[in-house]
Write a protein that binds this ligand. Structure first.
Ligand code: GLV
Ligand code: MN
Ligand code: MN
Length: 388
């Protein structure tokens, strides 16, 4: 029998590991992430699942053929539900339906090292060797970081599962604004990202005449404007791009900045448009570097393609949503990235969303009404009942 109180209690307990005010910090393989993963393995065992921590740091509770999960690592300032909701909902349904469900918490979904690294490895799109060379923004490699969480076994073969379901918060404003309780995801948008380094000449802020400067931050500002202008003719209102990380060297008031390193990320539902955006962004960056007399290096592109969800599974979730929240659900795309993008390479996948209050996520004040969390759990459980 489904136990919503135990489900909420498990969510609250997980929130306590790495808690910061109302939010959470558990970067992949940091001490709190490892604590949470070890505890999760224990909770899986207590629920009658066979716990495995695989070499990539994914935590498995192996049981039945319906795989449910998400991730328990967080952004540098993370909410308590992003990822955790899907894993703990899977655990709750596994307890309610012995033998039907397996559960997983994939590692590094939030991209400390790559992007959705753990599920990328499991789905065969990235080798463990290649992942080991990925670095975080401080230069730590995935390979070095994962030594802190020794593996207890190998990952289960995808062939032992029939289906992957990923429950998640919406992380956007649509359901909350409409007063709806459930979203059934139609497709996950694609994402591309590059890391850019622009280098000029570090020098004295008092003695270097303005016309002799090669100021990296000035070049960065020009690049930002050039990208926005270049994309005007390429994007739709649903396309998004973000410069979310900037590191200025040496970042001191009396020094003309010598180097700036930043990420450029863009997302869209169309693979062709992602490609056109990439061409425009790369050209804009090169032009800005030339105009500001800076050297530029643009990394290889990290790319995840748009991923459509399985239509039969969408229909199963839609029937369950109509029973649990009549007239208060919709089908919708996901602008956020999810492990389901990778799992879609090896299994039929579907996702369902709970509303995010105010559309806030990747922030400490991310939240969802507890009644909505339980409604989503009931929809998931009903869908698993139909699939079993
Ligand atoms: C993952 O949370 C993403 O959409 O960046
Ligand atoms: Mn996230
Ligand atoms: Mn997430």
């Amino acid at each position: 029998m489904l136990d919503p109180a135990a489900f909420l209690d498990d969510l609250d307990t997980l929130r306590g590991i790495g808690r910061r005010g109302t939010g959470v910090v558990r970067r992949a393989f940091d001490p709190d992430d490892i604590r949470a993963r070890r505890r999760l393995a224990d909770r899986f065992a207590a629920a009658g699942l066979d716990p495995v921590i695989d070499p990539a740091g994914n935590v498995w509770g192996c049981g039945g053929p319906i795989l449910i999960g998400s991730h328990t690592d967080t952004q540098p300032e993370g909410g308590w539900l992003d990822g955790s909701l899907g894993v703990i909902a899977g655990l709750a349904v596994a307890r309610a339906r012995p033998g039907a469900v397996s559960v997983v918490s994939f590692q590094d979904e939030e991209g400390r090292f790559g992007a959705t690294t753990g599920s990328e490895i499991w789905s065969g799109a990235l080798s463990l060797d290649a992942a080991d060379a990925l670095t975080d923004l401080d230069g730590t490699t995935f390979g070095a970081a994962r030594c802190a969480l020794p593996s207890t076994g190998s990952a289960p073969d995808p062939a032992r599962f029939r289906t992957y379901l990923e429950p998640h918060i919406e992380q956007g404003p649509v359901l909350d604004a409409a007063g709806e309780a459930v979203g059934i995801v139609t497709a996950i948008v694609g994402l591309r990202q590059v890391t850019v380094t622009m280098e000029g000449r570090q020098n004295h802020a008092g003695t270097t005449p303005m016309h002799l400067r090669a100021d990296a931050l000035r070049g960065f500002g020009m690049a930002q404007d050039a990208i926005a202008t270049a994309l005007e003719d390429v994007v739709t209102p649903d396309s998004v791009w973000t410069i979310g990380h900037v590191a200025l060297h040496p970042n001191a008031p009396s020094i003309v900045p010598g180097r700036v390193r930043f990420t450029v990320q863009w997302r869209d539902a169309s693979a062709a448009r992602l490609e056109r955006m990439e061409t425009a962004i790369r050209r804009a960056l090169e032009d800005a570097a030339r105009a500001s007399v800076l050297r530029i290096d643009i990394s290889d592109t990290t790319a995840l393609p748009p991923a459509p969800m399985d239509s039969t599974l969408q229909d199963v979730l839609a029937r369950a949503a109509e029973r649990e929240a009549p007239g208060r659900w919709r089908r919708m795309p996901s602008g956020a990235l999810h492990d389901a993008t990778n799992v879609a390479r090896v299994l039929p996948v579907a996702m369902l969303f709970a509303p995010s209050i105010g559309g806030i996520s990747h922030a400490f004040d991310e939240d969802t009404d507890r009644d909505d969390l339980v409604t989503m759990l009931r929809v998931l459980d009903r869908a698993v009942g139909e699939l079993t």
